[in-house]
Design a protein around this ligand. Structure first.
Ligand SMILES: Nc1ncnc2c1ncn2[C@@H]1O[C@H](COP(=O)(O)OP(=O)(O)OP(=O)(O)O)[C@@H](O)[C@H]1O
Ligand SMILES: [Mg+2]
Length: 349
């Protein structure tokens, strides 16, 4: 009976609990949360003082009694309490009543999870959603969520190769007949790229920049291959390691490309490896249809053409590559038949 009641007064939510960004879609309404996965809290009482972009701004600037926490590392929950606190904050916020319509934060949720994680890690995601107030929590593996969110025909007997390059992990998977045939996960993605930029500038100029500055360089002037056009430069500030004083640096797009090359090479090797391991019957489909890229890093200019050149398969970025997981989770949640076919079962449900 309570379930029926909650159904009337609570929303259904699709959730992408990423290492860098959390996205929540309210079914029938659209994406309502798109925020950095960061929590700021009191060190002693653990009381949360800020979440999302407000908490991200506090990184490296907190006074003694506060700390900023990244609740997920490499797409896995590393701080359970912070994850629960963050989810319950958003559940409450989304259900705040408007006018006379009272909403209770007991949502039914579908959360995306990586394929290559343990059952214990998967269960932690479900437990966190339930502890945050969800009355039912379903888990959907990222590749299936991305494919559904991108309207790809997952139930056909034809291979689909997906590569999701996020903040903490690169997930590669081949889907056929509604299931994952093979998959791979690399613990290298956007954050490793930021670290590679920091190391590059430290070694070349003896200047230390912060992670947010490195991320800004990657997003604003980063690229995977030379466009041949007049390239951008960017001026950043860091610390001169020879004397400890602040120093400005003018950084070129070519330098960022050089810094990113080793990381991109590892991702490209991951792609060629999974192609080599793909059963021949599915390989034909993949070489015809190509590889689908998603995740924040898929927006790096020149990446599509680099993958096409190296893996010798056509490559395309899915539509709105950062919201494919949340759109897929939402679509699955609104269709019971589809939910029954694709949700994670067994010990974690
Ligand atoms: N235009 C861009 N070019 C390159 N990288 C970008 C761009 N925009 C965002 N990114 C990077 O994408 C990463 C975040 O991607 P995304 O939101 O898909 O990750 P996530 O889902 O939170 O992480 P994960 O799936 O690994 O747990 C960050 O490292 C960010 O800097
Ligand atoms: Mg992701």
């Amino acid at each position: 009976m309570f379930n029926k009641l909650f159904q009337l007064v609570s929303y259904d939510l699709g959730i992408d609990l990423g290492s860098s960004n959390i996205l929540i879609q309210v079914l029938g309404k659209g994406i309502a949360v798109r925020e950095p996965t960061v929590v700021a809290r009191n060190k002693k009482t653990k009381e949360i003082v800020a979440v999302g972009s407000e908490a991200k701004k506090m990184i490296g600037r907190t006074p003694g009694q506060l700390e900023t926490v990244l609740p997920l590392q490499n797409s896995v929950i590393s701080d359970f309490d912070a994850t629960v606190g963050m989810l319950s904050y958003y559940f409450k916020k989304l259900h705040e009543s408007h006018g006379f319509r009272i909403k209770v934060p007991r949502p039914r949720v579908a959360v995306g999870i990586p394929t290559s994680v343990t059952d214990v890690e998967k269960k932690a995601v479900r437990d966190a959603a339930l502890a945050a107030g969800a009355r039912e929590a379903f888990l959907i593996e990222h590749p299936l969520a991305i494919a559904v969110g991108s309207n790809l025909p997952i139930f056909e007997a034809a291979g689909i190769l997906l590569v999701d390059i996020g903040g903490g992990t690169t997930e590669l998977a081949v889907i056929s007949l509604g299931g994952i045939v093979i998959n791979k996960s690399l613990k290298i993605a956007g954050t490793e790229m930021d670290e590679a930029i920091i190391n590059y500038l430290r070694l070349k100029y003896s200047v230390l920049i912060g992670l947010p500055t490195a991320e800004a360089l990657k997003v604003q002037i980063g690229s995977a291959s030379d466009s041949g056009k007049n390239e951008k430069m960017m001026v950043v500030r860091g610390r001169d390691l020879s004397n400890g004083l602040p120093k400005s640096l003018r950084v070129s797009a070519a330098e960022i490309r050089e810094a990113l090359a080793p990381i991109l090479n590892q991702i490209l090797s991951g792609i060629t490896d999974i192609v080599e391991e793909t059963p021949p019957e599915l390989l034909g489909d993949i070489t015809q249809k190509g590889v689908y890229l998603s995740g924040g890093v898929s927006q790096l200019p020149g990446l599509e053409s680099l993958v096409t050149e190296i893996a010798k398969i056509p490559c395309m970025v899915v539509e709105d590559p950062t919201s494919a997981v949340v759109r897929g989770c939402s679509k699955v949640l609104e269709d019971n038949e589809l939910l029954n076919k694709v949700m994670v079962r067994g010990g974690v449900r």
